[in-house]
Design a protein. Structure first.
Length: 93
């Protein structure tokens, strides 16, 4: 399995600049690794105040158990944490 090199901050910038791709081969390896991780190891954002605040959390290994919340990782700008999320939706009627 591809080992992630934490010193490759250039890949973070590449993802922030183009979250939907196409990506370089190195970034593709990282994105694909995160996609195949077991659910229990994934980190997610939990909305704590609708439209105003999000907190980092970790999905538990056992279904139904509480998520591990990281109180010291709160965010007020979702797009700053998850780049490329300012998407407009057109509703068809």
């Amino acid at each position: 399995m591809y080992e992630i090199d934490p010193s490759r901050t250039d890949l973070v910038e590449e993802f922030r600049n183009n979250p939907e791709g196409p990506h370089s081969p190195e970034l593709d390896l990282i994105v694909n690794r995160f996609r195949i991780m077991p659910l229990a190891e994934r980190h997610v954002l939990v909305c704590t105040k609708p439209g105003r605040e999000w907190m980092l959390a970790k999905i538990p290994a056992m279904r139904g158990a509480k998520m591990e919340l990281f109180e010291d990782h709160r965010f007020s700008d979702y797009d700053e944490v998850v780049p490329g999320t300012k998407i407009s939706f057109k509703v068809s009627t």
